[in-house]
Design a protein around this ligand. Structure first.
Ligand SMILES: C[S@@+](CC[C@H](N)C(=O)[O-])C[C@H]1O[C@@H](n2cnc3c(N)ncnc32)[C@H](O)[C@@H]1O
Length: 218
């Protein structure tokens, strides 16, 4: 078992500016751990986490992959999150993480077309007004707009373009985001394989991990 990354370098007040890992983060970490062998078999060359926040997820992923030649890219719209991601990686002796302050995958295409082997996103998923989605500070951690899906829906068209042939996308959703509707969109609009891989109740929230991949010719 790979231990949860050490976050002792992050001060309590830092979590006023960057998302503090919570049950949703831990469900994503558990999904990666559950698929640890599969991920290692894939021998990922390029991994990308969107919305990396504290950097906890990417740091664990880098430990699972365990290959100093693999590239770990992260994006976040919040500059402080990008800095914290780098600090968390270094604090856990991971030196090959490259955080980029951008929205979703802006600036990564066409360079990374069909090259992401592992993609992760624990998005801002809380149902809010549309107006609340505009921020780049801590509010961007949760404000998801209508159905909590506004940021998520912007990313969906890029998944099939970004993933490598055997690439896997792990996406966290909650019930209000209508996970089965996302499965249907990925299958019908983008001809991808999508399934609910894990689910867990966290207080009033029902959380899911969707696993999305290219269809294989079997
Ligand atoms: C729920 S937090 C997850 C943080 C971390 N990955 C975790 O699991 O603890 C969502 C993260 O997405 C970032 N975010 C929100 N909108 C974004 C966007 N358009 N592009 C990139 N990152 C975004 C937020 O700043 C925040 O760090």
């Amino acid at each position: 078992m790979i231990p949860t990354p050490d976050l002792s370098h992050i001060q309590k007040e830092d979590f006023d500016r960057v998302y503090e890992p919570a049950e949703d983060t831990f469900l994503l970490l558990d999904a990666l751990e559950e698929d640890q062998e599969l991920i290692q078999l894939l021998q990922p060359r390029v991994c990308l986490e969107i919305g990396s926040g504290s950097g906890c997820v990417t740091t664990l992923l880098a430990k699972i992959v365990g290959d100093a030649n693999a590239i770990f890219l992260t994006t976040d719209i919040n500059e402080f999150a990008c800095q914290t991601t780098k600090r968390t990686a270094l604090h856990n002796e991971i030196t090959h993480i490259e955080p980029l302050r951008t929205s979703l995958v802006e600036g990564l295409l066409p360079r990374l077309k069909n090259s992401i082997d592992i993609l992760c996103f624990n998005p801002p998923y809380v149902v809010t007004t549309h107006e609340e989605v505009a921020g780049t500070g801590i509010e961007a951690s949760w404000a998801g707009g209508i159905d909590g899906r506004e940021v998520i829906d912007k990313l969906l068209p890029y998944i099939s373009i970004l993933l490598s042939t055997n690439g896997i996308f792990y996406l966290l959703l909650i019930n209000e985001n209508k996970p089965m509707e996302v499965v249907k969109i990925m299958e019908e609009a983008y001809q991808m394989k999508a399934e609910i891989f894990m689910e867990r109740r966290a207080g009033r929230e029902k959380q899911y991990i969707l696993k999305i991949q290219h269809l294989k010719n079997e």
